[in-house]
Design a protein around this ligand. Structure first.
Ligand SMILES: [Zn+2]
Length: 58
């Protein structure tokens, strides 16, 4: 069974509860943008995950 929403380990910046869920994940030019929503107080924000540096290893 695949759940469409995933609970993250982050704390909500507004209420401090660990009830954040990722509602959307989309790749951008600089990295991966994730939209999060708090399940408790409905606070919404987004995070951007960037790849610092990658080297090809052969
Ligand atoms: Zn909250």
């Amino acid at each position: 069974m695949i759940s469409p929403i995933r609970q993250t380990g982050l704390h909500c910046p507004a209420c401090g509860k660990r009830k954040l869920i990722t509602v959307d994940t989309r790749p951008t030019a600089g990295g991966i943008r994730r939209r999060k929503k708090c399940n408790t107080c409905d606070f919404r924000f987004s995070t951007v995950e960037t790849i610092a540096k990658m080297r090809k290893v052969r």
